[in-house]
Write a protein that binds this ligand. Structure first.
Ligand SMILES: C[S@@+](CC[C@H](N)C(=O)[O-])C[C@H]1O[C@@H](n2cnc3c(N)ncnc32)[C@H](O)[C@@H]1O
Length: 403
């Protein structure tokens, strides 16, 4: 089996997808390979450096082993191999943004016009300019994305959404499939096995960005109404146009904050979904969003979060340190604290009884002919493989109904 990621041309060209020149595609190909190489072959040098140099020196100095991932970080930040690896990784993120952004900007007139055309009559986009961008989104350029998810190059544009769509392939080493929707497809596969006859009527996806993982839910449940909310209009505009261009009709992209779902009545949704969303929330926002999610979830309904695993006591400190890289080097300010907390307790505090909660592992579902799994897949790559933990709960039916 090949260790090479698929070429950039394996991406599915839906009509909203920005076009790439030969050179732009070549740069994405380079970055895709580079990222896989950094996560795999080169990344392994970090453990070697730790075991052979950093840990023995730490023990020598302190008379004990590190007791926290931050102690490992401080020590590893002095190590030349780790510094080189970290600098290359940071550079790969910056190069990916640079290439994506310049590709989008040179065709922005066309992309904006196309988005307007798709969105004008579809009824699938509902923007609300009174929705404020949360400070935890505006304080930094999240994962080196210029302007985060919300900034506009010019009023009403789709720059950030389009850039997000074309560059994800490079960041993930091509692990999310042709439409970057391997996470959503995995959710669908899981639910169809878990509850084959379940037909949710209304699904809410919070923090949907451009809908990569909300669209597969709409496709899998064509009779359901899917509401994909996000605070960032610039991402929603692109997402709605992308979905419309793919012929999906039962999804609506709505500008709203998960912190205030007051426009929806108690128990309105059968399913509340978040995908790789919780780690971008402040510690104040997360409980508010989970409490709101609980309120709008119907008895018998499902809440399901796809995330990276939390740092439990069982997870080796070195692994916690490696998984924490994005927090300190890739503008993910809440990543470390979020993964360090007991998510089940946070869910319990929001009203999801511990007994109703479950966790399950999910792996991206992609076409293996085009996106073959890397031969390294069995080995730990510290959060870059398309493998996640899902945290969920089925809300109990009301007593009378259950009886
Ligand atoms: C990492 S992305 C989520 C990716 C997306 N779920 C997917 O599957 O492709 C985080 C998104 O959450 C949005 N966001 C942040 N705070 C929010 C809030 N309070 N309510 C709704 N969306 C929010 C951001 O604008 C951003 O688009």
């Amino acid at each position: 089996m090949s260790d090479l990621p698929p070429p950039y041309t394996a991406l599915t060209r839906h009509p909203m997808m920005p076009r790439t020149s030969h050179d732009e595609a070549a740069r994405f190909n380079f970055l895709t390979h580079f990222n896989r190489y950094l996560s795999g072959a080169i990344g392994k040098g970090n453990k070697l450096a730790y075991d052979k140099r950093v840990l023995p020196a730490f023990v020598e100095k302190h008379g004990r082993e590190p007791e926290h991932r931050y102690e490992i970080r401080d020590a590893m930040n002095e190590d030349p191999w780790h510094r080189m690896w970290s600098a290359l990784k940071r550079n790969s993120m910056e190069m990916r943004q640079h290439n994506g952004r310049q590709t989008v900007l040179r065709q922005l007139d066309e992309l904006d016009a196309q988005a307007r055309q798709f969105n004008e009559h579809s009824g699938m986009l509902e923007l609300d300019p009174t929705v404020e961008q949360p400070h935890y989104q505006t304080a930094v350029d999240i994962h080196c994305q210029p302007g985060g998810y919300h900034s506009e190059e010019r009023s009403g544009d789709v720059t950030v959404g389009a850039n997000y769509d074309i560059g994800l392939f490079a960041t993930t080493g091509g692990a999310l499939g042709g439409l970057n929707d391997g996470g959503g497809q995995a959710i669908v596969e899981w639910i169809k096995k878990e509850r084959p006859d379940w037909q949710p009527r209304r699904i809410l996806d919070i923090g949907a960005t451009v809908g990569h993982n909300a669209v597969p839910l709409a496709q899998a449940f064509p009779d359901a109404e899917v509401i994909a909310i996000d605070t960032a209009a610039a991402s929603l505009r692109y997402g709605a146009a992308r979905a419309a261009s793919m012929g999906v009709k039962n999804i609506k992209f709505v500008q709203a904050s998960g912190e205030d779902l007051s426009r929806w009545a108690d128990g309105y949704f059968d399913w509340v979904q978040t995908t790789m969303f919780l780690h971008e929330l402040s510690s104040k926002a997360m409980p508010r969003i989970l409490a709101e999610a609980n309120r709008v979830l119907a008895p018998g309904g499902l809440i399901f979060h796809i995330e990276q695993p939390e740092y439990t006591d069982e997870m080796p400190l070195f692994e916690q340190f490696m998984r924490d890289w994005d927090a300190f080097n890739n503008n993910e300010p809440f990543w470390s604290a979020m993964h360090g907390q007991d998510l089940k307790q946070v869910m319990a505090d929001a009203g999801f009884a511990r007994d109703d909660q479950f966790t399950v592992g999910v792996r991206a579902v992609v076409d293996p002919e085009i996106f073959p799994p890397s031969p390294d897949e069995g080995e730990e790559d510290f959060g870059r493989a398309a493998i996640w933990n899902a945290y969920g709960a089925w809300k109990p039916l009301a007593q009378a109904e259950a009886a």
